[in-house]
Design a protein around this ligand. Structure first.
Ligand SMILES: [Zn+2]
Length: 192
């Protein structure tokens, strides 16, 4: 996914990522109730017979749409993706949980804290990023059995965090909006 528009519902809750073209259609249909952030693309349409002016749609980086727009919104799934490790590595910032080294994706693996051979599950809470060497060293053991310590605690991201993790080309204003939501969500979780 390259440049994407953050789509919200009219109450400001994030729905997912949209292509700029889909966002322009939402503008054209009059579904955009408010918008935030910088204008990131401009679409030029036909010339109006009535006014003689060319129609222009300026698409902002964050748009709130009225009604349902189930189609064309890309929303990361809530479970940890089975094969794709990019969101896991992004959550852990490419840092190996055992040696603390920062590695390129090609050097990283998904480590099951409690190994699958011992009944460990493929969940956000049981998976961390590990470099190939540490994963080989740990093998089919738990960190305790291998004499290793976790350098960070794995967590299940909330929806706004998943949207951040899923988009490598996130813009500063989109990041700011989603981080503020994630923060208020976590505060509510702690208070509950
Ligand atoms: Zn390592």
């Amino acid at each position: 996914m390259s440049l994407a528009i953050l789509a919200l519902d009219s109450g400001g809750q994030p729905k997912g990522w949209m292509t700029p073209e889909t966002a322009a259609c939402q503008y054209a249909r009059g579904n955009v109730v408010w918008a935030l952030g910088q204008v990131i693309c401009t679409f030029r349409g036909g010339i109006s017979r009535r006014t003689g002016e060319r129609s222009v749609i300026e698409v902002a980086s964050i748009i709130a749409c009225d009604g349902e727009h189930r189609h064309n919104v890309w929303n990361p799934v809530s479970a940890l993706p089975g094969r794709d490790n990019r969101m896991l590595f992004a959550r852990d910032r490419n840092i190996c949980c055992y040696c603390g080294g920062v590695f390129p994706e090609s050097e990283l693996t998904r480590d099951h804290i409690v190994p699958r051979s011992q009944g460990g599950r493929d969940t956000w809470e049981n998976c961390v990023t590990a470099c190939r060497r540490c994963n080989l060293d740990k093998a089919g053991r738990t960190p305790e059995q291998a004499g290793l310590k976790l350098l960070y605690v794995p967590y299940r991201p909330v929806k706004s965090e998943k949207l951040i993790l899923a988009n490598r080309h996130i813009l500063a204003d989109q990041m700011e909006y989603l981080l503020a939501l994630a923060k208020s969500h976590r505060t509510r979780l702690r208070a509950a």
